[in-house]
Structure formats: structure tokens, C-alpha cells
Design a protein around this ligand. Sequence first.
Ligand code: URA
Length: 307
Amino acid sequence: MEADGEDRPDDEEAPRGPATPPEPPTSPAHEDEASTPARGQRLQKVLAQVGFGSRRVCEELIADGLVTVNGEVAELGRRVAPEVDRVEVDGVPVGISPGLVHYLLNKPAGVVTTAADTHGRPTVVDLVPAEPRVFPVGRLDLETEGLLLLTNDGDLAHRITHPSHGVEKEYLAEVASPPSRGAVRRLREGVDLDDGRTAPARVALVAPTLVRLTIHEGRNRQVRRMLEAVGHPVVRLIRTRIGPLTDRRLAPGEWRPLTTEEVRSLETAVAESSAAPSDRPGGTGRTDDPGDRGHRGSGSAGAGRGR
Ligand code: URA
């Protein structure tokens, strides 16, 4: 993801581990005990840590009344306990819970999207750290490659996969022969499948037999079925974007933790997509190339495999 030009701290390169221990309680003489908890971290510090900008910028967000804690507009000087308080900026929940991890994996073909495969095949969780235990958010078919989110953040996972949200996903599909204009038009209008008509997809031909398809539904084998229905069965399928998340530099089998900025933008994308009508024809069409975010993890199986 590109920096957006705001005053932000450096991208985080370390996994999102437990938060720094809360600061010791301040003297009651310095606290408004009636309206603020006596413990916790200063709100602007917490917001700065998760990527909202410098502490000064975060103080301005608070002063402007954009930050709520447990549903109430926060005032400057407010302290929060990240593990219990619900903090929102402009209505978007801020993921500040300690212990939550979010990994972006480039799933290779032949790896099953499940936590444990009954047939003993390699799974996506074999490719990321074993502790804390994470699970895949949504699924990619056995032979589908590309970006997959794994997390122990059940709340975010639930919101991403819930049908009413429909975060955009972008795929590159290789097909055997160049799609006709009619086929492209049908994809753009919505395709009749056995489980109903799909929402319109955004479609771009990036090469004669390479289709970029952006959808926001999450039906089973949806891209393969859509392309098959218009006469172009998929030869190879790669997911290249999940909402705001992209990474062209992540090799198949590699993973990396999301930055807090990315978690925040994912939260925003989920909130925005739930506000948008369910049959909207795609979204922003971003295909931004992420900058160098440093740390790259390697899974214990299949790390660095070529495509
Ligand atoms: N659509 C498909 O057909 N397969 C996937 O793995 C994901 C989307």
C-alpha cells in the first residue's frame, strides 16, 4: 500500500505482538476520575501506535471529536485499555487489541485452505507460524494461488467474510483463448450461475488470454464458474488483492504480517463495503504496488517456491 502523504510513523516491520504494557496509573490528582479510567494508555499514544499519525495528529483527531471510546466522544487526556475499550475513529473500529496477528500469505497451488486437512495434504496454516494459532479468512481453491489472509482476529474475520460486507477481491485469470467482447460484457453485467446471478464484475483484459476480474461476492469457486459460464474455463487463477491489501513482492509460500496501517485500512474497507449497496459494480480498482515493508516471513513448507 502506498503512503498517503499524511503525517504517519514509519511502517511497522515487526509482527503485531502483545502491546506494550500499559503505563502505570497516573496520580488521581491528574485524572478526571468521573469521566476517565485511572489506568491505561493515553488515547493519542494508542492511535499513533496503530498508524493514525504522530501523537500531535492524533490529538487533533481527538480534539476534533472524531474519536469515540465505547461509543462516547473522547476528550483530550482520555486513557484507554486496549484490551477492553472499543475505540473508533470516524466510526471505524481501531484494531488495538494485543495478541492479535494478521498474516498475508501468498498461497501456492496445491495447498489446502483449511486449518487441518483430513487427507494429510499441506495446508495454508503449515506455511505460517504455529503460535498463536491462526485460521484462514475465506478460502482459495486447492489450485488457486495468491493472497490469503490468516488471523486469530475472529471479529475481523467474521466481518470480512460476512455476505453483507463483500470486500473487493481481485483475481488474474489465465484462460485458454481470448475472451470475446460478448463474454466480457456478460461478466460485467453478471452471470447466471446455478446458485443465482452474480453481481456485476469489473473486468479488464490485461493480455489476450489474461483477465483481471474484480468481484465482491465470496461464492464457492465463483471466478472459475463465471469464466466457465461465458465459455472460458480458467487455466490458472491468482488472487492479487483483498480489499486494500496487495503485495506483488511476496513470493509463493511467503507470508508477512500486516502493518497496523493495513489492518486499519482493512477495517475501513469492511465498514465501507457494508455501507455500500450489495450489487454495486466493483469499487476503486486500485492495483497499487506496495512499497518495501521489509520483513518477510517464510513458511515451514514451500517457502520461496517459484511459480
Ligand atoms: N474464485 C474461484 O473460482 N476460486 C477461488 O479460489 C477464489 C475465487
